[in-house]
Design a protein around this ligand. Structure first.
Ligand SMILES: [Fe+2]
Length: 349
């Protein structure tokens, strides 16, 4: 924008014409008006400077300046004052005028310098405003870019976590599928776990954690041979030693994966009992993760109702009875109550 437009308000035609001519000779474009009200009506952002007389009809110079201030005007205002009226000049400066010009104009050089300075001030203010706006825009744009990148990273990290979990679950499922008596165990335990979790009104996050823990709870069996549990009769000390390690091994396998920290703990506790006689750490009900208590019930129910090589599987009602029988010793009674209620109401996992 070229800054050479000046507004001059003065009801004295002789003075106004003289100033207008001088300004035009200097190369400025001049808009001349009769009073403050006309000045207010004519002013817009295209002006570089405003020259105001003090005594004018309708609206005098001071009133005009006050009106401009109310509009948050940033165009420098120069007051025209008669020689010797310094108190007027001071009042104008106090009200926010940029400078004052004495009339009649005796010193043309001084007049030219003051006009130039006012225009430079205007240029500076406009440049500063543009810089601020640009800066704000850049900050806004950078913030937006960062937020988008963060979202991408979050999404990437979520996918990575999901893939890792799926890989572990797939390994566990592959192991189960080798044996017809354990095939489908993880899938069913996950379904029962979700069903109980929903029935107990878990939050979305808790439910997600529970489902993940169900999917990987037996991954420790990848490392040790637990085929002995498929044959009838008691386990030897060696076999028992081996079998009882699988929950802890699961937690060890998951240890490096920080995002599965709680799932590792839950999996490690899935053979604990609320009376504190389970394994591997003989933790009691108060020490157990509430989600582990759900996994234990889901896991045991599936073990009872699915075919094993050495025993006849229980019916739903028989398994529920067994769960109730062990509520308070092996299982959390509240979990048993919710699960039994859901099963009896015909709820399908
Ligand atoms: Fe297990």
């Amino acid at each position: 924008m070229e800054l050479n437009k000046i507004l001059i308000a003065d009801d004295d035609l002789l003075v106004r014409d003289a100033i207008q001519k001088i300004l035009e000779i200097f190369g400025y474009q001049v808009v001349a008006v009769n009073n403050g009200q006309e000045a207010i009506n004519a002013i817009d952002e295209s002006f570089a400077t405003i020259v105001l007389d003090i005594n004018m009809p309708v609206m005098d110079g001071f009133q005009t300046l006050e009106a401009l201030n109310r509009q948050h005007n940033t165009i420098p205002v120069l007051f025209l004052t008669g020689a010797g009226s310094m108190d007027y000049a001071m009042k104008a400066i106090k009200l926010g005028a940029y400078d004052f010009l004495t009339k009649p104009i005796a010193d043309l050089d001084l007049f030219a310098v003051k006009i130039r300075q006012a225009i430079e001030k205007r240029m500076y203010l406009l440049m500063h405003k543009a810089y601020q706006a640009n800066l704000e825009f850049e900050v806004w744009q950078k913030t937006k870019e960062l937020a988008a990148k963060n979202e991408l990273l979050d999404e990437y990290s979520r996918k990575l976590e999901e893939n890792t979990l799926n890989t572990i679950a797939t390994l566990q499922i592959a192991l189960e599928e080798k044996d017809p008596y354990t095939a489908g165990h993880t899938r069913r335990v996950t379904q029962y776990g979700r069903m109980i979790g929903e029935g107990m009104g878990l939050s979305e996050l808790e439910l997600h954690t529970l489902v993940c823990a169900c999917q990987i709870h037996d991954v420790g069996k990848l490392v040790i041979d637990v085929s002995c549990i498929q044959r009838p009769g008691p386990l030897t000390d060696d076999e028992w030693e081996r079998v009882s390690q699988h929950p802890e091994i699961c937690q060890n396998i998951l240890q490096p994966l920080q995002f599965l920290g709680r799932e590792g703990i839950i999996a490690c506790q899935h053979h604990e009992r609320v009376d504190g006689t389970g394994y591997p750490f003989r933790l009691n009900g108060d020490q157990l993760d509430p989600l582990a208590k759900i996994l234990t019930v889901a896991d045991s129910y599936d073990a009872m109702t699915s075919k094993r090589s050495y025993k006849v599987n229980k019916t739903m009602e028989e398994a529920i009875e067994e769960l109730y029988k062990c509520a308070g010793s092996q299982f959390d009674p509240a979990v048993v109550r919710v699960f039994a209620g859901l099963l009896r109401s015909g709820k399908q996992p």
